[in-house]
Design a protein. Structure first.
Length: 158
């Protein structure tokens, strides 16, 4: 909760945060594993120069096993949450909706919606950002003993 002054009056700005756990990423073409079967997803980066490649964390990840408004999706629940935040952004001026991606791997330098796995989620995320939903990402660094540490803010592409 953050208090701000607006025309001599104090107003409250409340952050409403939806947290998305991110564990998957793309691969540089030269280092990508072989696809084992149709259920094995491998996303290859479009970057052609290895020296320019930065591993990108991807969300959502999984099979198109659910449905959202007649379309096959990875997670109807994740899409519903993003749509709800978009709605709140339009109707509640004192609430700042936020999608927070928590990247649980230290080898990623940025984050994006995984259109290759679920274009509906990617589209919902882009629309939410246009409507004022903040889209941010933090990276977590894990130690062998199981301790986790904040490891910086990552850029998010929508």
């Amino acid at each position: 909760e953050k208090k701000e002054k607006e025309k001599g009056k104090e107003k409250k700005t409340i952050a409403l945060i939806e947290v998305k756990n991110v564990v998957c990423s793309d691969f540089f073409s030269k280092h990508a594993p072989q696809k084992k079967d149709n259920n094995h997803s491998i996303i290859i980066s479009e970057e052609e120069e290895e020296t320019k490649y930065q591993r990108t964390a991807l969300f959502p990840w999984g099979k198109l096993g659910q449905e959202w408004k007649g379309k096959k999706v990875v997670s109807a629940r994740a899409i519903k949450h993003v749509h709800n935040l978009s709605s709140i952004s339009r109707t509640s001026p004192h609430v700042q909706p936020i999608v927070l991606f928590v990247v649980n791997r230290g080898d990623c330098e940025r984050v994006r919606g995984c259109d290759e796995q679920c274009a509906v989620f990617g589209g919902a995320l882009r629309e939410a950002k246009k409507r004022g939903v903040m889209v941010i990402a933090f990276r977590v660094r894990w130690e062998r003993e199981g301790k986790a540490y904040f490891d910086g803010v990552l850029p998010v592409s929508c």
